[in-house]
Write a protein that binds this ligand. Sequence first.
Ligand code: IPM
Ligand code: MG
Length: 393
Amino acid sequence: MGSIPISQQPLAPPPSKTSYKIASIPADGIGPEVISAGIQVLETLAETYGTFSFDVTHFDWSSDRYLQTGKYIPDDGLEELQRFDAILFGAVGDQRVPDHISLWGLRLAICQGFQQFANVRPTRILKGVTSPLAACQPTSTDDNDTNRRKLDWVIVRENSEGEYAGQGGRSHIGQPWETATEVAIFTRYGVERIMRFAFEVARSRPRRKLTMVTKSNAQRNGMVLWDDVHKLVAKDYPDVESDKMLVDAMTCRMALQPESLDTVVATNLHADILTDLAAALAGSIGIAPTSNLDPTRQRPSMFEPIHGSAWDIAGKGVANPVGTFWTVAEMIKWLGEDEAAELLMLAVENALDQGVKTRDLGGSAGTTEVTAKVCDEIRRIGRDRGLGATSKK
Ligand code: IPM
Ligand code: MG
């Protein structure tokens, strides 16, 4: 039996545009603070380059709105989003609403509704950030850069099915014999499309290396399907070196041999857990980005910082905007503005390296200060590179 032809073109190229329509959904907790910082950075990039612009529309879809109207997303909400080039998302979660209601009401409704089946989470140790890993500390023989580069990964998370398929139920609620099922669904179609996508990501990176993670020793059905599909798809990528790991052993390898990994692909839940570990190993959950991609580009993709709503620090002006800046960099790269994405990350790393960082990274700066510093760096690098209107004189 052969494989099902999933898509003639699993990775469509970005369309060439000069004005991008962005839907902003800041939602809950620190979401509005970090998204507003992210939009400032987008505007600064647009001014610096002068060759593209962003047309941002705000949506108030949030837990507040849910509590007022009973809905996170209005009935025609997804249709409305369809006309945008990308969605910039803050965070959803509020103690007045059970987590599974808020998650399924907003974020998963968009991810699954738009078949954003590839969740992509790059992790590396940014300049000016300290990793808790001994292997990544500066030593007398290696310089700091060499050590930082020992952790440079992209984790590809299956984002449409698996353990987050939403299948299951509860019977005999409240009785001692209450029964609940949570059924993970793995389809050949879903596994194959994420596997091909992950091989493409691995191929696009210099090391051309993919590690596939499962738990196929204990979970003998869905996980063995992953193994089978991995073997099949690997044949189409002879130039990519590929190995497989069990998820428990993977946590040890991430901590003890970070340099042995490059691109990783795993199920929805396994990668959820591994990416939190990855973020912590790279220094802070406050800096980690996520892309929820529809690689066919039939629907807009959604970009969000990993950190969540963090109500404990909401409204205090101390939230780390770097997760959103990195997210914005991933978003504009997806839109085809690779050079601007690279400039943005350089500006972020310069700011961090000069000590302008928030408390979670050991600094004392607030959200506004970090944002202002990153915007200054963007303008400065832009001037150095002779970008924009000033250079054309
Ligand atoms: C993430 C988050 C979410 C997830 C939570 C908020 C449900 O942990 O994006 O990794 O598990 O998908
Ligand atoms: Mg998570």
